[in-house]
Design a protein around this ligand. Structure first.
Ligand SMILES: N[C@@H](CCC(=O)N[C@@H](CS)C(=O)NCC(=O)O)C(=O)O
Length: 211
């Protein structure tokens, strides 16, 4: 189905990994949208009505012509299917399964070690918890090894075309590689390193990660 993109709204903050994932998917599809600022870490808390959009208090939330949605994986699949433009889900059953596997791995095993344990601790905290960084790097190494195996000789994460898995990983790796510890670990995994070199200046990724 392809429907009008007359009114698309993303609720969240430009710094957020998960908001960036949604913005990359919208960028790939060429969909214009409004970003309504919601700072989930603001001292005065969330806007009073925000929990009606996202009951768990996370960002992003999404609305398209009155249809409201939360959970980034659901949002990006909706974006891919609702709007015309290049498909962000691979054509074959096995590649789609691989894409979904990588997205689940990122949510469950990649995000916290790479972003919270390494990037945030190293670059966003005055009192750095070195033990947490060491533990995060160990988990990130397991993740990178598993991901390298899955990428194999693919040009993109789930096959020959850019997919929702690439949208999902880019903002996490962008932050991870900003930390010197993360950049060093990335250099140990040539497959992932080379993928990042290929995609990091892609317009949708560059726009979302420098916003
Ligand atoms: N399962 C959510 C996760 C979103 C998420 O964790 N967003 C972060 C910002 S990148 C957040 O809202 N964190 C607030 C918190 O942990 O309290 C999704 O897929 O949308």
């Amino acid at each position: 189905m392809s429907v009008s993109n007359s009114s698309v709204t993303v609720y969240g903050a430009a710094y957020s990994v998960y908001v960036r994932i949604v913005r990359i998917a919208l960028g790939e599809k060429g969909v214009s949208y409004t970003l309504v600022p919601v700072d989930v870490f603001a001292d005065d808390g969330l806007p009073p009505d925000y929990l009606s959009r996202q009951p768990f208090g996370r960002i992003p939330a999404f609305e398209h012509d009155g249809f409201c949605l939360y959970e980034t994986s659901a949002i990006t699949r909706y974006i891919d299917e609702a709007f015309s433009g290049p498909s962000l889900q691979p054509p074959t059953l096995h590649q789609r399964a691989r894409m979904n596997q990588i997205i689940a791995m990122l949510d469950n095993y990649g995000y916290v070690p790479m972003v919270w344990d390494v990037y945030v601790q190293r670059l966003e905290r005055e009192a750095v918890d070195e033990a947490r960084i060491v533990a995060g790097l160990a988990k990130a190494r397991i993740f990178m090894k598993a991901l390298s195996t899955l990428i194999g000789t693919n040009h993109f994460l789930a096959g020959g075309e850019f997919s929702l898995a690439d949208c999902h990983f880019a903002p996490m790796l962008d932050l991870f590689a900003k930390a010197p510890d993360g950049a060093d670990l990335l250099c140990e995994f040539a497959t992932v390193h080379d993928w990042w070199e290929r995609v990091k200046s892609r317009p949708s990724i560059f726009a979302a990660t420098t916003a």
